[in-house]
Design a protein. Structure first.
Length: 632
């Protein structure tokens, strides 16, 4: 979701506003030092990862072979010379029998929307059947009412149903025909999952009193998923879709009693403007106070069976989930890393109780129901851009998570995960977005997109991985688990990149030494490694190209070498879009990329069709004209 409002120039401090001067000075001196002595080596902030890289001598990381593109504010896609892009699928494209072509006059009905790709495509995964055939599962995070509705507002149950049908997940087959990947309308696996699709709650919180409603006295059956932000995929072939800003969909005309959990999750009678609750009582907090507890989960979907019931995995906790990065540890335990995207929230990991069985994929189906949830504490040493950290167990009876502290049982810890994280002493972060694990090394990266509250709110003093007050640019932090063991309780961390604007600033807001006038960006969000270890960074930031963001242009996608720290701009998106969602074909010769909300808030975009057309969120396919590996 767009974060423009957080990136207001008015929030940007002058250097002397900043009482975190020691950190700034350290970053500055490193920048200056490395800018002269280390520039040719691409050195940046240092830290353990760098030390390891330096010690390994010849280690130079993956090749980044394209000629980077300049920032721009055009209403199109810009890719490097020798690359090409095509639209694969857009909001409103029919994928199910009975679906109709997108109608630019009405923008469809509740029924046609439910047979077509939803709005605001976000995280996605590609599941390959052969070199030329696969299925894409993609989140449809929210709906742009300014385009979904002719009058821009949801004012009836019919409108609410149409908006609900524009949310959820779209699953559709794609084939490469004559070198071009194409959506396969009405293919066997095509499916729409919406805010009204029946799902099951499973894991330790399923059946809890907190999850029971009048419509579901069992606390195990829930309708739908919405605000599905980023994603994950499991080694047993399922798709994970992550519920993020679910809170704003609930509201009430009545005033509500004080509720600390509602407060922490941002649930209030006011809602956030989706306006479903006046027409659909399920979203009325006075009538259904437990309904919001049934959202904020990671949902597992089998994309190979369009009749399967999606499952909300409560063991992974209830937060405003960004993505769910799954890694099988060397000993077979499954680890899922997750960010909670809100100012001052936290980073989590789940470790399964049972091991992954590569020889019997079906045996893994419920691995995400049983395990231990942890939250991260980063040890902060004043003035250091690196340090140690630990994972704190969120388990009833441990670390102060007792009945006296307000947690009746483990279910309550999982439903009110944020409250539990505060009790155990988790580190407040600058809006954790995607987490990405290196394909061959035990290294984990996270985007911390921005945080206008850092240094402003009392519980958000600057700390090691979140060093800048009123952080409008964001940073990428990484850690290495102790002993290269993802189940370890300890890790060491450093900052991979501090985004900034080196043409405007000379202090820490210039960014780390690997940020230059040629690659600068703000608000890193989407993050994923390719097979070769290139780190792809997508932005969801301020696209004004003005003031603090001058020279950054539209939202963009960059490619980084995690060993040298080199970062190059690979792509620029159209007007007022966010770049989010990335997937590769098995041969890595095609990269699918999400272009979300071009023209949001009625900004002048007509992407992708041009002319005077309605702008539509789309997935594009990027490839090299010479047929080579993308990025190499
Ligand atoms: Fe949906 Fe945190 O981005
Ligand atoms: Ca995001
Ligand atoms: Ca974001």
């Amino acid at each position: 979701m767009n974060t423009f409002d957080d990136n207001d120039q008015r929030n940007h401090p002058r250097p002397d506003d900043n009482d975190f001067s020691r950190m700034v000075n350290t970053l500055l001196s490193r920048r200056q030092l490395l800018g002269t002595a280390g520039a040719g080596l691409g050195l940046f902030l240092g830290g353990q990862g760098m030390a390891q890289a330096a010690n390994s001598g010849a280690q130079v990381g993956p090749r980044i072979g394209f000629k980077p593109v300049a920032a721009n504010s055009l209403d199109t896609i810009t890719v490097p010379a020798g690359y090409q892009w095509r639209v694969l699928a857009s909001w409103g494209d029919a994928i199910l029998p009975g679906g109709t072509a997108f109608d630019p006059a009405t923008r469809g009905t509740a029924i046609s929307q439910g047979l077509s790709i939803g709005d605001n495509n976000d995280g996605m995964s590609f599941f390959s059947f052969s070199a030329d055939h696969g299925v894409i599962a993609v989140n449809n995070e929210y709906a742009n009412y300014e385009y979904l509705f002719a009058n821009g507002r949801c004012v009836s149950i019919e409108d609410a149903r149409k908006a609900q049908a524009a949310h959820g997940v779209s699953v559709f087959e794609v084939r490469r025909v004559g070198g071009v990947w194409k959506l396969q309308p009405q293919a066997r696996l095509n499916r729409r999952i919406t805010a009204n699709t029946e799902m099951r709650l499973s894991g330790p919180a399923a059946g809890s009193a907190l999850l029971k409603t009048m419509a579901d006295p069992t606390g195990t059956v829930v309708l739908g998923t919405f605000n599905n932000c980023a994603n994950g995929r499991t080694p047993w072939g399922t798709y994970l879709t992550c519920e993020e800003n679910f809170n704003g969909y609930f509201g009430s005309a009545e005033s509500l009693p004080d509720n600390p959990a509602f407060k922490r999750y941002g649930i209030s009678a006011k809602g956030a403007g989706q306006n479903w609750f006046p027409f659909d009582g399920r979203f009325d907090l006075a009538k259904n106070p437990n309904e919001p507890n049934r959202f904020g989960w990671v949902v597992e979907i089998d994309p190979m069976d369009p009749t399967s019931t999606p499952i909300k995995r409560t063991a992974l906790g209830r937060i405003k989930h960004e993505n769910a990065e799954v890694v099988v540890n060397a000993d077979g335990y499954v680890v899922v890393y997750m960010g909670d995207d809100e100012k001052g929230e936290h980073i989590y990991k789940f470790v399964s109780s049972k091991k992954f069985d590569p020889n019997n994929l079906k045996a893994n189906r419920d691995l995400l129901d049983e395990g231990t949830l942890y939250v991260a504490r980063f040890a902060t040493v004043d003035g250091q851009a690196q340090g140690e950290g630990e994972w704190l167990e969120l388990k009833h009876g441990k670390n102060g998570l007792t009945v006296e502290a307000g947690f009746k049982d483990q279910a309550e810890i999982l439903v009110h995960t944020r409250l539990a994280a505060t009790v155990v002493g988790a580190t407040t972060m600058d809006r954790p977005e995607w987490v990405a694990v290196h394909p061959t090394q035990a290294q984990v990266y996270v985007t911390l997109t921005n945080n206008s509250d850092r240094g402003v709110k009392p519980n958000q003093a600057p700390n090691g991985p979140n060093p800048r007050v009123k952080n409008v640019y964001g940073q990428i932090v990484r850690w290495t688990p102790q002993g290269n063991d993802h189940t370890s309780h300890r890790f060491t961390w450093d900052i991979f990149a501090l985004a900034g604007n080196p043409t405007l600033h000379k202090d820490a807001y210039a960014g780390s030494a690997n940020i230059t006038p040629d690659n600068m960006f703000n608000s890193p969000d989407g993050l994923a490694f390719d097979r070769d270890g290139r780190l792809w960074i997508q932005t969801d930031g301020n696209y004004s190209n003005a003031k603090a963001f001058e020279g950054m242009g539209n939202n963009q996608m960059l490619c980084a070498n995690p060993v040298t720290g080199e970062i190059q701009r690979f792509m620029v998106g159209p007007v007022a879009c966010e770049i989010t969602g990335v997937a590769f074909t098995t041969d890595q010769k095609t990269m699918f990329v999400g272009i979300q909300h071009p023209g949001e808030k009625l900004a002048p975009s007509h992407f992708p069709q041009g002319g005077e057309s309605v702008p539509r969120s789309s997935i594009i396919a990027i490839s090299r004209r010479d047929g080579g590996v993308v990025g190499a």
